[in-house]
Write a protein that binds this ligand. Structure first.
Ligand code: NAP
Length: 323
């Protein structure tokens, strides 16, 4: 029997790629950059399965270009805002993703960004590199304490809860908001469930851990930024589109908030001459939340398992919820 035909949009870790190659007749895009949309439309023609990344736009037209044989879209990420989920649903195509395995790595990075911004770690390293360090200075590079400060977590799901566990170890007070959050479930991670406005008003640090969708796009905007403390630090390891970028630049420039530490931006990559990058109170890293070796191996393995299940007519082990 011939193997199912699949297209994989990037070279991913061998932990997943080897499984795909074993089970499928696979074409793998070997470019350093993602395939352009038009190329991807050509490449998916007639495939049984597509394994994609968050850098690929997967819409109804692309699904139609693949044709009626497309049995699965398997994304190597937990977020899937790049995929038109309703379009897949009406065409009866299940979508796979990789929840859970990247929770701890992403929470580590969120907490790392929080610490780096609070204690001005990158600024300190640059200070030495620029040859400015002449003596121990009682007044230089003074930052903010974590102990006793309030952390507000927007989106107390898998990653939000993992961040809360870290914050408890640093003796922080934790507030949390998500639409269906109960007091009991927040208390499991030493957090107090509050409404969004209270969280923004009372937090010294705000960390975002919610998905990007039509309801959450620009949740952090001119109005919500102005509800935050004037010295608050905003951390985003979720998706860039949750923040109104122009409003954030303005808020950082004019002292409406104290600082921002971002793993994700809108757009990605951020332009090297974006005004955000010249602000001393902004720290930006290139979407590396899940970028640990173990985590990426697990993500590749899960994405391969979802793909293979889909093309062989089995239920996906990790299917994006619908409805
Ligand atoms: P999850 O377990 O599904 O948690 C998402 C949480 O967001 C849930 O608690 C949900 O609450 C909440 N939420 C949904 N809509 C909300 C809203 N309007 N306001 C506030 N909270 C809302 O997802 P996860 O695994 O923690 O991942 C979270 C996100 O992180 C992903 O969607 C992805 O975009 C991002 N991520 C980024 C990286 C990176 O590399 N930087 C890595 C992994 C994940 P309800 O249950 O009440 O709806």
């Amino acid at each position: 029997m011939s193997k199912p035909r699949v297209f994989v949009t990037r070279i991913m870790p061998a932990a997943g790629l080897d499984r795909v190659r074993e089970a499928c007749n696979a074409e793998i895009w070997s470019g350093e950059m993602p395939p352009p949309y038009e190329t991807l439309r050509e490449k998916v023609r007639g495939v049984d399965g597509l394994l994609c990344m968050l850098t690929d736009r997967i819409d109804g037209q692309l699904m139609d270009a693949a044709g009626p044989g497309l049995k699965v879209i398997s994304q190597m990420a937990v977020g899937y805002d790049n995929i038109d989920v309703p379009a897949a649903q009406v065409r009866g195509i299940p979508i796979g993703h990789t929840p859970g395995v990247l929770t701890e790595a992403t929470a580590d990075l969120a907490f790392g960004l929080l610490l780096a911004a609070a204690r001005r770690i990158v600024e300190g390293a640059n200070y030495i590199q620029d040859g400015q360090w002449r003596t121990w200075d009682p007044n230089a590079l003074l930052g903010r304490d974590l102990s006793g400060a309030t952390l507000g977590i927007i989106g107390l799901g898998r990653i939000g809860r993992a961040v809360a566990r870290r914050a408890a170890g640093f003796n922080m007070r934790i507030l949390a908001y998500s639409p269906s959050l109960t007091f009991e479930s927040a208390a499991e991670v030493n957090a107090v469930a509050v409404d969004l406005e209270t969280l923004l008003r009372e937090s010294d640090f705000v960390s975002l851990h919610l998905p990007l969708n039509a309801r959450t796009r620009h949740l952090i905007n001119r109005v919500t930024l102005s509800q935050m403390k004037a010295n608050a630090i905003l951390v985003n390891t979720a998706r860039g589109g949750i923040i109104d970028h122009a409003a954030l630049v303005e808020a950082l420039r004019s002292g409406i908030i104290g600082g921002a530490a971002l793993d994700v931006t809108d757009p990605e990559p951020i332009s090297p001459d974006d005004p955000l990058l010249s602000l001393p109170n902004a720290l930006v890293v290139p979407h590396i939340g899940s970028a640990s070796q173990w985590t990426r191996d697990q993500m590749a393995r899960m994405a391969a398992e979802n793909l293979i299940a889909g093309v062989t007519g089995q239920p996906l082990p990790n299917r994006v919820p619908t409805g």
